[in-house]
Design a binder for this molecule. Structure first.
Ligand SMILES: *Cc1c(COP(=O)(O)O)cnc(C)c1O
Length: 330
């Protein structure tokens, strides 16, 4: 996975959520701090923030990428935050530290990474990428999950490749990678036979059996990605200029998406509901995009900026069947 993604160090974990949890700890996220993320994401993104004792702060997404908007991030920070002489970013209102930024590459479509890196640098935020859905997705030729200090992948059963359950931390530098390995394997000091643990570590290691499955899946990754592109292109061609006005979601400019989960944007909520009902009644499983995180009981009170695009997409996006057809084995 190091060779495939081009990161310095890849550390396997028991699942993608655990990878996110440890990545955020390594980013320095502490109890009482804030981590900026998008409200349009899978709940694991926010849960990992909560596991650190931190609170998510929600900013808007871009309609083209479905992911965190660098412009919305910069605008929200301008409005509510300041960067102190110590280089740290704080909420002006109560002085809470905004430690990190956690964008998610929705359905495998990369967020505007170069702009996002710039905004994070400007405000002193550590960039951690939730690349759970974007294995095989590239932004200007560079693999997603390798732009930030840390990135994470998931090998859950529904992802591009699976280990049954599993995940991975991608570290940009070797030291951070070693820390990831240490923290995810009970913080045991390396020794041939002694059992000494030098901090509170986690039992987040990926079992060998799952890892073996991952090795076999990795051999098939290019084939899966090719098949997903063929499927996405078929949807795109079929839906081009359709009378209903459904817009097929395509990879952002300068990006190569893995098309993990295909999606259409409906014209309005009524059309979305009709599409969901019609397809599911006909035995074709479609689903709406996630309810926004700021609507969930655990995250209603969190700080947030304007979420107009997220709300717009929440009412319109429908996912289409995206499984890769069964491959002929050699
Ligand atoms: C799948 C996924 C995860 C991690 O899920 P696990 O089931 O814990 O491997 C995290 N974030 C997003 C956006 C995901 O889609």
């Amino acid at each position: 996975m190091q060779a495939y993604t081009g990161c310095s160090r890849a550390v396997a974990t028991v699942n993608g959520t655990a990878a996110l949890h440890v990545a955020l700890l390594l980013a320095g996220v502490k109890p009482g701090e804030l981590v900026v993320t998008q409200s349009l994401t899978f709940v694991a993104t926010c849960n990992a923030i909560a596991y650190c004792g931190a609170t998510p702060a929600f900013v808007d997404v871009d309609r083209e990428t479905l992911g965190l908007s660098p412009r919305a991030l910069d605008a929200w920070l301008e409005q509510v935050a300041e960067r102190g002489d110590d280089g740290l970013c704080r909420l002006r209102e109560d002085g809470r530290i905004i430690r990190a930024c956690l964008p998610m590459h929705t359905f495998g479509h990369p967020v505007a990474l170069v702009d996002l890196v710039r905004v994070c640098e400007r405000w002193g935020l550590v960039l951690v990428e939730d690349a759970a859905e974007s294995l095989g997705s590239y932004y200007r030729g560079q693999h997603t999950g390798t732009f930030g200090e840390l990135g994470t992948l998931s090998f859950n059963g529904n992802k591009v490749i699976t280990t049954g359950g599993g995940g991975m931390i991608l570290a940009r530098d070797e030291t951070m990678g070693s820390r990831a390995k240490h923290l995810t394997t009970t913080a045991k000091r390396a020794h041939p036979y002694e059992y000494v643990h030098d901090e509170v570590g986690y039992n987040y290691r990926l079992p060998n059996i799952n890892a073996a499955l991952g090795c076999a899946q990795l051999e098939q990754l290019d084939g899966f990605l090719a098949a997903k592109r063929v499927l996405a292109e078929a949807y795109r061609a079929e839906l081009e200029g359709n009378e209903a006005g459904l817009q097929f979601v395509v990879e952002p400019e300068g990006c190569r998406s893995n098309y993990w989960l295909n999606a259409v944007v409906c014209q309005d909520l009524a059309q979305r509901d009709a599409l969901l009902k019609g397809t599911n009644e006909a035995g074709v499983m479609t689903r709406p995009i996630w309810a926004l995180m700021n609507r969930l009981p655990a995250y209603t009170g969190c700080p947030r900026g304007d979420l107009a695009n997220a709300e717009w997409l929440e009412a319109r996006v429908v996912n289409l069947p995206s499984s890769v057809p069964v491959q002929e084995t050699a």
